[in-house]
Design a protein around this ligand. Structure first.
Ligand code: NAP
Length: 276
């Protein structure tokens, strides 16, 4: 499943919409990026997202805070951005550091600017199937399934991983599409048996080449959301590709979709903030 090509089309559309927005309002859609500390990987991610924004005609408001920032300071900074009419979307790069209350920081993001889909309100919207921003990676995966004509209705979906930004919302979105959903996690017994039941398998574990071909049901749709050092996914691509009906590569599968959804949701936030 080619995430690059679909992402390109989504970004192309967001770019056209951003240009129309700029023409109409005299200013570009604006994404604020909040980075705490100097973790090199986080810095790289934020820079990459800013570069993609710039290419799509979305301006960035980079906010870099020292590692010693307190939760109160971080919440105050995000609250300020939430109240700033010149900012349309807010992205808090995570993880933010163990001394900080990440949840409190996320919840300071105004719902209309939660373009990364991290607030409890966005999560509830994903769970209930009501309008709202989706968490970018699960949102991108649903679009990929749609693009390849994979209808989850009535099928067995297994999500390996239950993090708040990835595994958990993923399962809820699939449930919303009428899949029969199972979550697996570090306490799951007989994981291989659970995985083998999947018609649609989502790997969101954070362990390189964790899912092996022998564990995959022949013909299954296998989505690798993992991204580990050295550009390696959570799925052992070589052994799984021979059993899977469809499979996403790493790189070039889920990763580009995540950024594309972020850009599309930023433009959507800008449009709805200024809608008459
Ligand atoms: P996370 O917060 O570390 O969550 C990992 C999940 O995997 C947890 O729910 C954990 O279970 C489960 N797990 C760990 N070991 C397991 C095992 N042996 N058997 C079964 N389940 C196990 O990670 P995350 O943020 O969700 O990210 C997961 C992966 O996706 C990472 O590779 C990350 O880099 C990647 N990712 C990619 C993108 C993208 O844009 N492509 C975006 C976000 C994340 P417990 O809950 O029981 O601990």
């Amino acid at each position: 499943m080619d995430g690059r090509e679909l992402a390109r089309r989504i970004v192309e559309r967001a770019t056209a919409e951003a240009a129309a927005f700029t023409e109409r309002t005299g200013g570009a859609p604006c994404l604020a990026t909040v980075l705490v500390g100097d973790d090199p990987a986080s810095r790289t991610y934020v820079r990459m997202k800013q570069a993609r924004c710039a290419k799509a005609g979305i301006s960035s408001r980079p906010v870099a805070l020292p590692a010693a920032t307190s939760t109160a300071q971080l919440v105050a900074t995000i609250t300020e951005l939430s109240e700033d009419p010149g900012v349309h979307g807010i992205l808090l790069q995570h993880p933010v550091g163990p001394h900080l209350d990440e949840r409190a920081a996320f919840e300071a993001i105004a719902p209309g600017k939660d373009v990364d889909g991290v607030t409890a309100r966005s999560f509830a919207a994903m769970a209930l199937g009501t309008p709202g921003f989706t968490s970018c990676t699960p949102g991108g995966i649903v679009r990929l399934l749609d693009e390849y004509g994979v209808d989850p209705a009535g099928r067995r979906a297994v999500v390996v991983g239950r993090s708040a930004i990835l595994g958990r919302p993923m399962g809820l979105l699939l449930l919303g599409r009428d899949a029969t959903v199972t979550y697996a996690h570090s306490r799951t017994r007989d994981l291989a048996e659970v995985v083998r039941e999947a018609d649609i398998l989502i790997a969101a574990v954070g362990k390189p080449r964790f899912i092996r071909g022998a564990d995959v049901k022949p013909g299954a749709v296998v989505i690798d959301a993992g991204y580990n050092p050295g550009n390696v996914g959570d799925v052992d691509f070589e052994s799984v590709r021979h059993r899977a009906g469809l499979i996403t590569p790493v790189p070039g599968g889920v990763g580009p979709m995540t950024v594309a959804v972020l850009l599309a949701q930023t433009v959507a936030a800008a449009r709805s903030a200024t809608a008459q």
